[in-house]
Design a protein around this ligand. Structure first.
Ligand SMILES: N[C@@H](CCC(=O)N[C@@H](CS)C(=O)NCC(=O)O)C(=O)O
Length: 341
């Protein structure tokens, strides 16, 4: 998008998501200077962030926990952005830094853009490698194969890539980013356009998922991971805070059952922290929630109820197996788990 188009969007009151600036790739052949290597890289996430949550889910499904370590930020950014205040001395114990921006600075001095998660940092040099959230998970699936666990699923199967890409493109435009475009719209008609897109896509997804257990083919793929992280935040945040309130997720029988099916699959619900999610959105976006009050509801215990989707067939992990339990150090604290208000 050029400067003129950007200006046009601003005048129309539309929210525009910035392009990831650091798009180096970590690959098996190391062509960008960053070869796949166990223990070398640290994935920095906020549990609140849907784009970072994708990376946590992929890492777990693929069994990359011991190959790529994990740093979890405070759900609330301050003026220096993401902070490691959940760690002793407010410092990430591996990178030794207090703010993620230090890794950005080590990579490029005076970088003018935002500091975003997910981010992957090269541990030996302390430099940011990539914040390209669309690419990180695809590379976990396709470039890190040598370090996948035994029984890891194929999340981006060669024969279905075109269909997966098409589904993900629509879901990104209308749902993943659509909820942000609704929530951050500065003009009524920009909000309404985004709102219509969210629910047009929900209706399309609901119809598709009434006949098949997962979005593409018989197994869980990258497309499901990407849709899931938005659905997980829908009733807790997007319905109220972002005004996406034609209906709740839990009022759409098909999508709600689909989301619960994934939530109850190892890797999905066990990486979802509702406390971080709610605190982040309601306390950070003071432009749309000036009091910073975090609502107590909704009741989240429904996430654990039976979903009945097994009757549609499907094989969640294909020829593979579910991942083992979450490492103790990475477990979602009890206050963030799905529970009654
Ligand atoms: N890299 C992209 C997508 C990732 C993203 O938006 N992450 C959010 C958290 S959900 C973030 O870190 N935003 C920067 C900030 O809030 O300071 C971007 O900069 O827009």
């Amino acid at each position: 998008m050029n400067a003129e188009e950007r200006q046009g969007q601003a005048e129309k009151g539309e929210f525009h998501r910035s392009v990831s600036h650091f798009a180096d790739r970590i690959t098996a052949d190391g062509r960008d200077g960053w070869p796949v290597e166990p223990g070398r890289y640290r994935l920095v996430v906020s549990r609140a962030c849907p784009w970072a949550n994708r990376a946590m889910i992929s890492r777990r499904l693929l069994g990359l926990e011991s190959a790529i370590s994990l740093a979890i930020t405070d759900p609330l950014q301050d003026e220096r952005s993401w902070r490691f205040t959940l760690d002793p001395d407010d410092r990430d114990p591996v990178l030794g830094i207090r703010f993620l921006s230090e890794a950005y600075d080590a990579r490029e001095r005076d970088y003018p853009g935002g500091v975003s998660v997910p981010a992957i940092v090269d541990v030996p040099s302390g430099r940011l490698v990539t914040n390209d959230f669309q690419r990180i998970t695809l590379d976990f699936a396709t470039e890190w194969g040598a370090l996948h666990r035994e029984g890891a699923p194929d999340l981006y199967p060669q024969q279905s890539r075109q269909e997966i890409d098409e589904v993900m493109e629509r879901v990104y435009r209308e749902v993943n980013n659509g909820v942000y475009r609704a929530g951050f719209a500065r003009r009524q008609n920009a909000y309404e356009r985004a709102f219509q897109g969210v629910f047009r896509c929900f209706d399309w997804l609901s119809d598709r998922l009434s006949r098949q257990r997962f979005l593409v083919g018989e197994t869980i793929t990258e497309a499901d991971i990407r849709l899931f992280t938005t659905l997980a935040r829908f009733d807790a945040v997007y319905h109220g805070h972002f005004k996406c309130n034609r209906n709740k997720l839990s009022e759409d029988p098909v999508l709600w059952a689909y989301a619960r099916d994934l939530f109850q699959t190892p890797g999905f619900g066990d990486t979802t922290d509702f406390a971080h999610i709610k605190r982040h959105y309601y306390q950070v976006h003071t432009n749309i929630n000036p009091t910073g009050i975090v609502p107590l509801g909704p009741d989240l215990s429904g996430w654990l109820t039976p979903h009945g989707r097994e009757q549609l067939g499907g094989r969640p992990f294909g020829d593979g197996t579910p991942p083992p339990p979450v490492p103790a150090a990475e477990q979602v604290p009890p206050e963030g788990q799905a529970r009654q208000v």
